[in-house]
Ligand binder design. Sequence first.
Ligand code: F6P
Length: 408
Amino acid sequence: MNITDKLVIAMVGLPARGKSTIANKIKHFLNRNGIKSRIFNNGVLRRRYGPPESALAEFYHPDNKSASSFREKIALMNINSSLKYLEKNGQVAVLDATNVSKKRRELIRQSFGDLPVIFIECVNENKEIIEMNIKKKVRTGEFDGLSIKEAMNNFQKRIDYYRLIYSPLADEENFIILDSLNSKILKEVVSKELPFYDLLRDLLVTDIVKSLLLIRHGETYFNLENRIGGDSPLTPKGREQAHLLGLHFSKKKIPKIFTSTKVRCIETASIIASYQKGSEIIPLKEFDEINSGICEGMSYQEIQRDMPEVYYSRKRDKFNYVYPGGEGYVTMRERISLGIKKALFLSSGGEEIMIVGHRAVNRMILSHFLYKREEDVPYIYVPQDQYYHIIATERKKVFQLKYFSLSN
Ligand code: F6P
């Protein structure tokens, strides 16, 4: 086998840290770039060949000898399949498993002989995200018979057992430690030239969306009076807009709809979800509308009349202006970016992503992917009768404003 264009990537990390999301991202990205890549997932084999109790925490107790030897067998099955894949015309094999012990990593390294191996450790201690991820995992059917709460506690216990044998990457030959939520490389050690390394590095730090539907909530009572902020519900027209959106997207499969925590977004998302089969609504506070501080609930006319200082200062430099006691576009950037990371983290690569947000929020989301000039961001057109379709891959950057009438 010519090993100059072959690479083994072994994921490392506790359960629910985003390893599979990253593995999927790697596979999709490399395949799109003409590099034949495949994932070898231990969990898939464990569910296929393991006993039903392999879903439960005690199976992962470090002293459970028969279970550990079963898990090792599964690991070897995947190592062997990936070797065969690389011997044929496969180029990159991604081993998707926890691989948290040194012993396991040594097994991987030795099994591949001269083939280059790089370990990618995913770390993420964001409690909210871990919990959401666990919730997603326990809904897969493996935990039938347990309540969601019991299943989640059980999964948490599994994580704790893994912690007992967890040895973070330190002296492996080639490795990357990745903050998997924020797409940041925390440490990298590469002791020799590795094939596809630049591409791999690039993709790990880039937010990629194959298809993002960015929607603004329907009309609210506050919108009718030109009032800003608040938590107003939809008007009948706003609800009708949401129904039109629901119908418009009814033929697409949208597994998750991310929204802000505000009534107007959740209402819009719920109506859209009613046209889907089992679409989950995930409210994220990161997508809440700009907090206009002392101006919350006021109309632009009232601000101009009663607080001319605020009105004209904002007009002069809308991007950098921060409402007294509130936010500005400039201060929203970090939380919007975190919201996007959360949404991407919780979606599996390749699936349609929908965000129902607000005017200022959607402007910031657009600018996150499309690198708009700061001064233009607060003026991006975000109507309530159209939506943006965003594609941001390494090859293609598109943002199209589309109508959602029935004829489209
Ligand atoms: O009017 C709707 C709204 O979403 C307000 O809640 C928010 O303050 C405003 O739009 C943001 O737009 P701009 O930055 O142009 O004032």
